[in-house]
Design a protein around this ligand. Structure first.
Ligand code: AMP
Ligand code: MG
Length: 458
């Protein structure tokens, strides 16, 4: 029986210039690859009567429920520093919103066909990036880092053209607190559409930050949540890869997994995206670039304030506090990794270890998960660390052993492209238990397995 989703979509109460309503573009032969039953249960969905075929039809967009009004959202964004005034969901379709036991969420299909915002794109996605996003977001969730979550993957039965050749198409269904981006604000700010900005600001406050009394407080709360989020990314060696303002969710969840990766060998300058030639989104630049992205958010919000000069002053004061806020969150995220309380001594110890790891090209994840072994590699550091009397249970329980390593994901994708999804399911199972050592997934890549960048051809 088709799944009954009680859609309750508030975004459509905003004016028509916020989105385009449209139908999904059918696919040839939808086939369900994976469904996240755990997540469905948390969303309060009853899947007991849903067959794989029902799921494939629904989550390919072939069988849109009669109570859904699908739409694509419009937004803008700074891409690698340059402003694009109109982007929008070029290959995504919102089925709608759902009120769940833990709050309101969006349900979105990604790769569902062209929209008015597709520009020259085909509106599609292929199996590779879809499985990468599924694995990455599941890993993030298992690590307790705010993220959009994957609900389903459907293979479409169609092939799509990419620089690597003709590849099997797929559609990812994802769940997000919302898809409101910094770029959504920028879209209306660029048009000086103050009415729309006010509506969007109030909508965002109601939906995500009900305690914010005004746009300035909204900004402070968004800033705080981002400082925490990015510090958490840093603490697991995660590199988002494309922190354009259209990929920055105002709800401060990790969103739009493109050419992202968890680092193997540690170096602060590590970059994965093949088009990030300047290192704008390098590992260690993620704090500073978030500051920059938040400045774009502040610039948009200034327009809704009654007194522009005062607003610029107020937002600037808040924004100037971001580096301190981020340093604090960074220290808070790294202290338990050493099994120590957060203080200046611990922060220096963490930085000292990272500096030696960079020199040694040490594996980020495995160095932290086996800190006791640093007596051989970094004896002086190890002595200092022991002298600080760390809580051994704390660091052991804080540092994961299993992260989605790029070379393992590439192996999964290679198999899946040939129609074998067994490695995907095996890796997914391992990622659910990041603190359980698992030889199949904990080893860094051999020289021949190393992948230095992931491609944007998504
Ligand atoms: P991304 O870098 O994946 O966040 O995408 C940036 C923009 O390009 C967004 O507006 C996407 O919707 C759009 N886009 C990416 N891939 C495609 C595609 N295959 N077809 C149409 N639009 C796309
Ligand atoms: Mg995006």
């Amino acid at each position: 029986m088709p799944l009954n989703i009680p859609f309750d979509t508030t975004y459509l109460s905003l004016p028509a210039r916020f989105y385009s309503k449209l139908d999904a573009d059918p696919v040839s032969a939808p086939h369900l690859i994976v469904f996240n039953y755990t997540l469905a249960a948390k969303l309060g969905l009853d899947t007991s009567e849903m067959s794989d075929e029902d799921a494939a039809n629904l989550f390919s967009g072939n069988d849109i429920p009669s109570n859904a009004t699908p739409f694509a959202q419009v937004y803008a964004g700074h891409q690698f520093g340059g402003f694009s005034p109109e982007l929008g969901d070029g290959r995504a379709l919102h089925l709608g919103e759902l009120t769940t036991p833990t709050g309101r969420v969006d349900i979105q299909l990604k790769g569902s066909g062209p929209t008015p915002y597709s520009r020259n794109g085909d509106g599609r996605a292929w199996v590779g990036p879809v499985l990468r996003e599924y694995l990455m977001s599941c890993a993030m969730h298992a690590l307790d880092i705010p993220t959009t979550q994957a609900l389903a993957v459907v293979k479409t039965g169609d092939f799509i053209g990419r620089e690597q050749g003709r590849l099997p198409g797929a559609i990812l269904t994802r769940i997000a607190s919302s898809h409101i981006r910094v770029g959504t604000f920028q879209y209306f700010a660029a048009q000086r559409d103050v009415d729309a900005l006010k509506l969007l600001t109030n909508y965002t406050i109601d939906r995500h930050y009900p305690d914010a009394k005004d746009p300035l407080q909204l900004f402070e709360m968004v800033m705080q949540k981002h400082a925490t989020l990015i510090a958490k990314w840093m603490s697991v060696g995660f590199i988002h890869g494309v922190m354009n303002t259209d990929n920055v969710a105002v709800a401060a969840e990790t969103i739009d997994y493109g050419p992202c990766a968890f680092m193997d060998s540690y170096h602060p300058d590590t970059v994965f995206s093949s088009i990030d030639r300047q290192g704008r989104y390098a590992y260690s630049n993620q704090g500073p670039i978030t500051h920059w992205n938040l400045a774009q958010f502040a610039t948009s919000l200034v327009q809704v304030m009654p007194d522009t000069n005062k607003a610029i002053e107020d937002f600037t004061t808040r924004l100037n506090n971001f580096p301190n806020m981020f340093d604090y969150e960074w220290a808070k995220a790294f202290a338990p990794k050493l099994g120590l309380p957060q203080n200046d001594v611990t922060t220096e110890l963490a930085k000292g270890l990272l500096a030696q790891m960079a020199n040694a090209s040490a594996d980020f994840t495995n160095t932290f998960s086996a800190l006791d072994k640093t007596s051989a590699t970094y004896p002086d550091w190890h002595a200092e660390w022991r002298a600080a009397k760390p809580d051994d249970a704390l660091w052991r329980n804080t540092n994961p052993s299993v992260i989605p390593r790029t070379h393992k994901i590439e192996q999964v994708i290679t198999s899946a492209t040939d129609g074998n999804f067994a490695p995907f399911h095996a890796m997914l199972a391992a990622l659910q238990h990041p603190f359980t050592p698992n030889a199949g997934y904990s080893l860094p890549p051999k020289e021949s397995e190393k992948i230095h960048q992931t491609f944007c051809g998504t």
